[in-house]
Design a protein around this ligand. Structure first.
Ligand SMILES: CC(C)(COP(=O)(O)OP(=O)(O)OC[C@H]1O[C@@H](n2cnc3c(N)ncnc32)[C@H](O)[C@@H]1OP(=O)(O)O)[C@@H](O)C(=O)NCCC(=O)NCCS
Length: 147
């Protein structure tokens, strides 16, 4: 990382930049999100990695129960990939969770980079949902980790 990356919570002024980064990062239609639904909703948490004024990555999670959380989306800007930004976001999120919390997620089977990232954080594969994604078609891997 050439310049220092800062981690902070998202606010309403981040919505359009988050929508842009999300839209650039995913082909699959169901992975394209409108962050105005999540900012200000206490069930969701958005952690941002920023460099100077730019958002270089985000992590969006949903609190399902006090000890059950879902990773809804994570993305890093292409000019900052492989610099440890996603790892920083995931670490920040995981350390904030209580012991015995379960973290679940679903990832496209073809997304080998993301699967490698989650495996590096010791997520296990729990199952597969055949033909879960439609555009482009793919299976979904269900992964989880207990802290
Ligand atoms: C997946 C993604 C978030 C990773 O972000 P990143 O900041 O580049 O990841 P990091 O630099 O923290 O990498 C952490 C680990 O992930 C794996 N990884 C990340 N990018 C990789 C690549 N291009 N090839 C192979 N492994 C990779 C490696 O294990 C890496 O550890 P290492 O660098 O020590 O080998 C990023 O590629 C992205 O935004 N992809 C598009 C959106 C997406 O698919 N999100 C996941 C949806 S579920």
């Amino acid at each position: 990382m050439k310049n220092k990356i800062k981690i902070r919570k998202a606010n309403e002024y981040d919505i359009s930049e988050l929508n842009n980064l999300n839209s650039k990062s995913f082909e699959e239609l169901t992975k394209k999100l409108n962050f105005s639904k999540f900012v200000g909703n206490s069930n969701y948490r958005i952690i941002i990695a920023s460099q100077k004024k730019d958002i270089v990555g985000y992590l969006l999670t949903l609190k399902i129960a006090s000890n059950l959380h879902e990773i809804i989306s994570i993305a890093v800007d292409s000019s900052h990939k492989r610099e440890g930004v996603a790892s920083l976001l995931l670490s920040e999120f995981l350390v904030s969770k209580k012991v015995n919390s379960k973290i679940i997620l679903e990832v496209a089977n073809k997304n080998r980079v993301a699967i490698k990232l989650y495996k590096a954080f010791l997520f296990d594969i729990d199952g597969i949902r055949k033909d879960y994604y439609k555009n482009p078609p793919d299976d979904a891997l269900l992964m989880s980790k207990i802290i």
